[in-house]
Design a protein around this ligand. Sequence first.
Ligand SMILES: Cc1ncc(COP(=O)(O)O)c(C=O)c1O
Length: 366
Amino acid sequence: MIPLTRPLLGTEEQTELAAVLATGMLVQGVRVADFEAKVAAHTGRRHAIAVSNGTSALELALRALDIATGDRVLCPDLTWPSPAHAILACGAEPVLVEVDAAQWDAGPEQFRAALLQHPRAAIVIDQFGNPARVPEIAAALPGVPLIVDAACSLGSRLNGVPCGALGVIACTSFHPRKVITTGEGGMCLTDDDALAERLRELRNHGQSAPGRFARASGNHRLTELAAAVGSVQMTRLPGIVQARRTLADRYHKGLSGLPITMQQSAPGADANHQTFGVLLAANKGAAERDRVVQALIARGVQAGALSYALHALPQLAACAQAAAEQGRSLATSASIVARGFAIPLYPGLSDAEQDQVIAALHAVLA
Ligand SMILES: Cc1ncc(COP(=O)(O)O)c(C=O)c1O
């Protein structure tokens, strides 16, 4: 079976892990500081605060902005549920935002349509590693702080600006499905000194100094082991992104002519192709998509669901109802989720394996 993804790990990560174990210093030490410095330098940020995963990064970002009960936060409807779950975890209300049919992401038009809900903040997503149109979204939402969910987009750029550089706080993930990995891991990136200090407190039991508990918070620290892997992974990032772009170009050529569409990037975007998604034609639905996915799996190609329409999740039913009552359609998001699936793309995917994926798609969609 050709897997959907596989992280690129080598002997360097193993050597670094052994070195950390030999020190006996396993949590929040020099390795975490080094990893933070590397990601800060890559994104041009003043501060990088490593945390235990991307979902924690989002929740701490919201809490650092004092988002709490009674607040509304805009969130694209089409995504892994973490951004909405983070909003709910703060006691706030997600306002689900429709996505664009070509870019599969909420853009300035969609965010502007939700402005009447008086949001306290907005989460903007770099969808599947494709940079969101952050400057245009910021202009469409005057006075609304943006948290950029850059979970998937490390290594991507918008008009030369690295993803993770924009937004009051940007949040990354280092889950193995992401472009670089630490197993579990995440990071908050910001240029604001006060927010950075808060984020450091929030990740460490609310401590403003050792033993001084300034606020209630959990343990969201990253281990030295994860950070050691992350520092090595950062040195691999340019090569990984280049390999992914080459593979994406081969897919664009090899799949042209089939009755499918692929995600379009915003003008000026240079994507890392963290997830390579494909949509069946507009007259198809989830049943046909499931048939195609099963047929690909039967041919040795691991295909899988592309993403989720948050309004269909039971814990977000009230948000779905609110959108309906406000006359804000989420039909594009639903349609993309029903017709979409992801296909294998990762740096170790050989040309022969990729040709097998392309041939399988031609056979299944014939
Ligand atoms: C857009 C998006 N945001 C947040 C997350 C959460 O990251 P993590 O799995 O590290 O908690 C993910 C992925 O899992 C994601 O795809």
